[in-house]
Design a protein around this ligand. Structure first.
Ligand SMILES: [Fe+2]
Length: 407
């Protein structure tokens, strides 16, 4: 029980630490239908433990406010109707203080439950509790991606944190990528069952790969800037049809959060055009660092860049197999990596039993897989078999790319 409880406390505390730099006004912002307010993330992760675990398993546990389950259920049809996703920003009530009180109530309920449960009971609930902790870690990353998008909509371009914050890691990348050769053949992919994994990472199974080569690192900002300068966003032959339609409909000219030297917002920050491209991130507006992984990119932008570079995106299975190659840095802690693989069930996939069945399986259509991890991924959260997924037009996550090609 003790390790579970201490892990529970650590994960729950980390969410609060991530929200701590934000004002109450910040935490209520919803900048678009796909992004949620910080307050909603804090409440929804709490709802997960209360609705899926405590309300069902902890005798004597009192719901904090049963009406809030309607507000903070995300997508669980089995748990009843819910507030529309696109209107989460309208929830000025409950207040942030009330949400924080709810978190405390649930944390105390979890402690009492774990301390009072016998061995068989603990063994029975541990999988769901562990899922709840990994779920909260996923929302920790979303909290950051969503507040960054909200801040990007503010002409003041506020910084979430000071540039010198310890969580900011400095990229150290070679000037030119090295191509790593993989011989292909039958390889095993998927989670091997050691430790936690989401249901979408299994079953582990063999796949047949053709020989391929893959870059030892991610595409960086300096390389992507050459694509922009070469008219990458004006050349339809480089783009998938749906991607080119997005370029035209949305007026994409460069990655989201990149500010061109003639961007009128720069004047407000005392930055002249001679300073070159600027990039907005969690540490505010900073000069483009050529060696840093390029992000945030949609799948369409990643695919267009790969086409321009005479390469392609790796499949998710090539990516996973490459993790065993010497010199392959599976992540560099700055950006997730789009793959050319549609998010689909592995052979023999079955969703988790019970309420958690809705966690992953029902989203396996219309999305692309990303691998690796990002600067916002909680430490230890990702692994080589981890499958992140987003629609191909999504360009507010910490997402970039790595190139692959035929040998
Ligand atoms: Fe969730």
């Amino acid at each position: 029980m003790a390790p579970l409880l201490s892990r529970c406390r650590a994960v729950r505390a980390r969410s609060l630490a991530l929200a701590a730099p934000l004002s109450e006004e910040d935490q209520g912002l919803q900048s678009m239908p796909d992004a949620s307010p910080t307050k909603w993330h804090l409440a929804h992760t709490t709802w997960f433990f209360e609705a899926l675990l405590l309300a069902r398993e902890a005798s004597g546990y009192a719901l904090f406010n049963r009406h809030w389950h309607y507000l903070f259920n995300s997508y669980y049809e089995a748990l009843g109707p819910r507030h529309p996703r696109a209107q989460r920003g309208l929830l000025s009530r409950p207040s942030l203080a009330e949400v924080m009180a709810w978190r405390t109530h649930v944390d105390e309920g979890m402690q009492a439950f774990l301390e009072g449960a016998d061995g068989p009971k603990l063994a029975a609930v541990e999988p769901l509790l562990t899922l709840g902790l990994h779920h909260e870690e996923q929302h920790q990353e979303l909290l950051l991606t969503d507040i960054l998008h909200a801040f990007s909509c503010n002409p003041l371009l506020p910084a979430y944190r000071a540039p010198a914050a310890p969580a900011l890691r400095v990229a150290t990348q070679a000037a030119a990528p090295q191509w790593l050769a993989h011989p292909g053949g039958v390889v095993e992919v998927g989670h091997d069952g050691t430790g936690f994994a989401f249901d979408n990472e299994g079953p582990r199974h063999p796949v047949l790969l053709q020989p391929f080569a893959i870059a030892d690192r991610l595409v960086n900002c300096g390389e992507y800037a050459q694509f922009v300068a070469d008219g990458g966003y004006q050349r339809p032959e480089l783009w998938l049809s749906d991607g080119w339609a997005m370029v035209q409909a949305q007026g994409w000219r460069h990655p989201a959060y990149w500010l061109a030297p003639d961007d009128p917002r720069l004047e407000m920050h005392g930055i002249g055009g001679a300073a070159g491209w600027q990039v907005f991130g969690l540490d505010g507006l900073r000069p483009l660092r050529p060696e840093a992984p390029v992000m945030p990119l949609s799948f369409y932008e990643a695919a267009a860049y790969a086409e321009w570079a005479g390469a392609r995106l790796p499949t998710e299975f090539e990516w996973e197999a490459a993790c065993t190659l010497p010199g392959f840095a599976e992540r560099d802690d700055q950006a997730w990596q789009w793959t050319r693989s549609a998010y689909a069930p592995y052979p023999g996939f079955r969703p988790l039993p019970g309420l958690a069945a809705e966690y992953n399986g029902k989203f396996m259509v219309g999305q692309m897989v990303l691998r690796g991890g990002s600067l916002a991924t909680p430490p230890g959260h990702s692994r080589p078999s981890y499958r992140n997924f987003f629609p191909p037009a999504a360009r507010w996550q910490f997402s970039g790319l790595r190139l692959a090609k035929e040998p």
